[in-house]
Ligand binder design. Structure first.
Ligand SMILES: [Ca+2]
Ligand SMILES: [Ca+2]
Ligand SMILES: [Ca+2]
Length: 280
């Protein structure tokens, strides 16, 4: 009995030790995928069928330390074509507001992308790293810019990414953004660093709810290594339903299985007759 007890203790210790040695690191990149679009989304603020067919639904819901309850959350869908990354966001915020002095405290999303997965350690602002950027898209255009970027002024950003297009729309339970982001690194087998943050001013002229998709340290605005998700571009999945053969009951035809049965029966009879003859 003593030996059994000792063996149990040793096994427990070995398992405990191995779980420490082989434990996952506390912080790791969130892996997400973008599938190739089977039809080109129209940047019009409505969610095209291709997003539903080809994208997983990803939730934006991890709060920063000072986010206030109830949290405002969002969802997004993403697909790609060669050189173009398409995104659709639904953001569940029923208090449209743009009164905060700082634009990042107004209702907005901040979209962080490291297209070529350069993983620069440090600032990625300006044009030193044209494939790494932050884009802030504001919910309400009050005559000022709806879109803001760390790559410089808004004109510079749009110069850097010719073909960038977006559409902000109001929904009954919040707002949505659809956008296409052109970049040569978007291709089959490519990989990008990514994160997104959702800010909600609920009416007090400040950012009251602040949630991220992957990394809530709130350092992505200045640190590319804090983009918490790795996005890979993969092939489309098959969505077509194979046609089902219709059975014509008015004019039944001999099926393959029936034909096989007839052949087998015929062969059996021939074998039986031959065997009987041979047996004589
Ligand atoms: Ca659309
Ligand atoms: Ca709001
Ligand atoms: Ca940059």
């Amino acid at each position: 009995m003593k030996k059994l007890l000792t063996a149990c203790i040793i096994i427990t210790l070995v398992f405990s030790l191995s779980s420490v040695i082989f434990a996952e690191p506390l912080e790791k990149q969130v892996e997400i995928i973008s599938r190739k679009a089977t039809s080109t989304p129209v940047i019009d603020g409505t969610r095209d069928a291709v997003y539903n067919d080809q994208s997983e639904v990803y939730e934006i819901k991890i709060p920063t330390a000072n986010a206030e309850e109830p949290l405002t959350t969002g969802k997004f869908w993403t697909v790609w074509e060669d050189g173009k990354s398409y995104w659709f966001f639904e953001l569940y915020d029923t208090t449209p507001n743009n009164s905060a002095g700082n634009s990042y405290e107004r209702d907005c999303i901040e979209f962080f992308i490291d297209f070529a997965y350069e993983r620069v350690d440090g600032s990625y602002g300006g044009q030193d790293y044209p494939n790494i950027d932050q884009v802030r898209i504001l919910r309400i255009d009050d005559g000022g810019p709806v879109i803001q970027s760390t790559s410089g002024d808004d004109d510079t950003f749009l110069d850097l990414y010719p073909g960038f297009a977006w559409k902000v729309s109001e929904m009954a339970n919040g707002w949505s953004i659809e956008m296409v982001f052109p970049n040569a690194a978007v291709k089959l087998g490519g990989k990008s660093g990514f994160d997104v943050a959702l800010a909600d001013d609920k009416g007090e002229g400040r950012r009251q709810s602040h949630v991220f998709f992957a990394n809530n340290s709130d350092q992505a605005w200045q640190q590319c290594l804090d983009f918490g998700a790795d996005l890979t571009y993969v092939a489309s999945k098959a969505t077509a339903v194979p046609p089902v053969a219709e059975v014509d009951k008015t004019n039944p035809k001999t099926s393959d299985a029936d034909m096989l049965f007839v052949i087998l029966a015929f062969v059996s009879i021939v074998c039986l007759i031959s065997f009987k003859k041979f047996a004589k």
